[in-house]
Design a protein around this ligand. Structure first.
Ligand code: K7E
Ligand code: CUA
Length: 651
């Protein structure tokens, strides 16, 4: 009887499924839906075709996803403290977050960009900007760790950043807010004509990637919103969108929307580089942090730099021009050929495309339409390649597929519009859910896009996922662009607020991904490379514990002779030499976080015991069947105690 009931129910259920399918003709049903599912399905044990590195926005970090699956693999801490690994809490990594404002454990990261060689992604490093306390970070794509952070002086709202020239000669950082340079006490309403907008060119060492602030161009006090390098024929130039060319200092939503056209600033950086290499420019006092992490000793150092070379663009004839662009443009994108520069006026319905060839001809013919603070303004009609009349609203950002098509996001009308370079005709448009910001095509910002997918990064999620209280994670959407038309095939949540992202074929990164650090090469001054080296050393009120860890114990695991008021440094070396066997370390009452220590690595945690007692520590990462046995005790005695320092394991 029971059996019959169940099979009846199952039959009814099937009927209902089919009926609802037939009824809702608007849903992609049957064959189409399963076809889409196949396109994003990465079977257990198989791997994704692309990496996608998504900026964290206000998380300050960078997240790593696989495409097409949308699976998140890792969050890489960059500008924010990260208890999951101890980044910014460990003694070794605290210096990474040092700035001229002191320790700043957070930022707002917007635009990741992967290093390039000959205009193609080379997969060596990824750079990202700190928008709030102006900084640029370089992350290794071998270790997936932040290796370097350089602060950008004279900048504020480091937004038109961090974009890479086509041989990674420079990572470029432009200021969104113009400010007094040097900073000084002055009335805000004297902004106009007095504030400056610094565009910084940070050189990147071709061998080790080390960054150095080579020069800053002191531009008029506009807002420099976004930028992209020239490529191919326009290599040597850099383009920045500006808004607030009105130089308003209050109620910008009205006052910075007065001018019918703002500008794209075209910077011939090769010319400026030549000028500074010949002794041009002015050295100005400055104060900014340069933080470098070395794998060899697993330690970061922070150095304060005291000078910066500034360039007055009017002193370098032929180096800087303004291209009029309607109206408060946001995105500034250059197509793979390097000829087309797209400025998306976020208050205009049309996209403006400038031509690099026409720009050169207009400069050659000296056809100027006046100047702004000594910088020649070219005539709009002379540099215009075409206009995309899309009918969308609020165009923001554009990427390219390498097949002659461009894809532009429209924030207000929530859509991605596909159009043809050269003819400017709209080929396709697809809705996004909802309010899309940037979009990303793997390599879509290089000479060689890989095409295949568009990822739209949406600001508003609303009804796409199960609700999680007032806040939902932002949503990414994956479109298949391998056919003639875009096809939405997948939604996945993203972490923080991904503004921009960078995608790259997995085969360019995965084979060289680091598996362990070699213990024998560990140069950390507090490393213990054999368990016999473990010891505890008192230096006045400072105690240094040289500790090692391996499945499933710490050496030592009993420590006595610690006193209230001591500052105890645990320096812990992971003796594992196997892939994916980190151990953790957590100390009760520590005012920082745990540490997650990779095989062969040393990390240090400071603990200031405030109460007498016997206090445990343990491993936080379930590392073996005897993980729960991986623990120890510290005996803390009164400040005036004369108990000798001692340590042991298994005694
Ligand atoms: Cu448009 Cu910061 Cu690139 Cu956000 S920015 S969307
Ligand atoms: Cu080591 Cu758990």
């Amino acid at each position: 009887m029971k059996k019959i009931k169940y099979s009846m129910l199952a039959f009814l259920g099937l009927v209902m499924v089919f009926t609802s399918c037939n009824d809702s003709g608007k849903k992609s049903s049957g064959a189409l839906a399963s076809n889409n599912a196949e396109k994003v399905y990465v079977a257990p044990g198989e791997q994704d075709e692309f990496y996608a590195f998504m900026s964290g926005g206000y998380s300050g970090n960078l997240t790593v996803y696989g495409l097409p699956s949308g699976r998140m693999f890792k969050e890489i801490p960059v500008f924010s403290q990260f208890p999951t690994s101890g980044y910014g809490y460990s003694e070794e990594t605290k210096p990474m977050l040092n700035t001229s404002f002191g320790f700043v454990p957070w930022d707002d990261s917007h635009h990741p960009d992967i290093s390039q060689t000959n205009g193609e992604l080379d997969g060596r490093w990824i750079f990202i900007n700190g928008n709030n306390t102006p900084r640029i970070a370089r992350i290794s794509l071998t270790t997936f760790e932040t290796e370097e952070i350089i602060e950008v002086p004279n900048s504020a709202g480091n937004h038109s950043s961090s974009f890479i020239t086509e041989n990674t000669e420079y990572v470029v950082a432009g200021t969104r807010f113009s400010v007094p340079v040097p900073q000084r006490d002055m009335p805000i309403n004297e902004y106009k004509g007095n504030f400056k907008g610094a565009l910084s060119f940070i050189s990147v060492d071709p061998e080790d990637g080390r960054m150095d602030l080579k020069f800053q161009i002191m531009m008029p006090g506009f807002n420099y919103d976004l930028s992209h390098p020239g490529r191919g024929k326009s290599h040597g130039w850099f383009f920045f969108t500006t808004y607030n060319t009105e130089e308003a200092n209050s109620l910008l939503e009205v006052n910075a929307s007065q001018n019918d056209k703002d500008f794209i600033a075209a910077i011939n950086w090769k010319k400026i580089e030549e000028y500074v290499n010949n002794g041009g420019g002015t050295i100005m006092p400055a104060n900014y942090a340069h933080n470098v992490y070395r794998d060899e000793n697993h330690t970061a150092t922070s150095t304060m730099k005291k000078e910066v070379l500034t360039v007055d663009p009017t002193k370098v004839p032929g180096a800087v021009y303004f291209l009029p662009t309607p109206k408060s443009p946001h995105g500034c994108d250059v197509d793979p050929t390097g000829n087309y520069i797209i400025g998306n006026g976020k208050l205009s319905a049309d996209l403006t495309v400038h031509s690099f060839d026409k720009m050169l001809a207009a400069i050659e013919g000296k056809k100027f339409d006046g100047e702004a603070y000594g910088i020649p303004i070219l005539k709009f009609e002379d540099v215009l390649a075409g206009t995309v009349k899309s009918g969308g609203l609020g165009p923001l950002h554009t990427e390219f597929d390498g097949e002659g098509n461009a894809y532009t996001t429209f924030f207000i009308s929530s859509e991605v519009v596909m159009w043809k370079l050269g003819t400017w005709e709209v080929i396709d448009r697809k809705p996004t859910y909802y309010s899309v910001g940037h979009l990303m095509i793997p390599g879509g910002n290089s000479r060689k896009p890989f095409g295949k997918y568009v990822v739209a990064m949406n600001k508003i999620t609303k009804d796409r996922y199960l609700p999680t209280g007032p806040e939902l994670e932002h949503s990414a959407q994956l479109y298949d662009i391998s056919g003639d038309k875009m096809e939405l095939i997948y939604d996945f949540p993203t972490h923080g607020e991904p503004h921009y992202a960078a995608g790259i074929p997995a085969e360019l990164i995965a084979p060289k991904s680091q598996k362990i650090y070699k213990l024998a090469e560990n140069e950390h001054p507090y490393a213990v490379t054999t368990p016999d080296g473990a010891k505890v050393v008192r230096e006045g009120k400072e105690v240094h514990v040289y500790m090692s860890m391996i499945r499933s114990h710490f050496t030592p695991d009993n420590i006595e002779g610690i006193k209230v008021g001591d500052k105890v440094y645990f320096h812990i070396t992971n003796h594992e030499q196997d892939f994916d066997v980190p151990h953790g370390f957590a100390m009760i009452g520590a005012n920082n976080s745990e540490l997650l220590i990779m095989p062969g690595q040393t990390k240090s945690l400071v603990w200031e015991p405030k109460q007498e007692g016997v206090w445990p520590f343990y491993c936080t990462d379930f590392c073996s069947a005897l993980h729960q046995e991986m623990q120890g005790y510290v005996r803390v005695s009164p400040a005036n105690s004369n108990i000798d320092l001692s340590w042991s394991l298994g005694e």
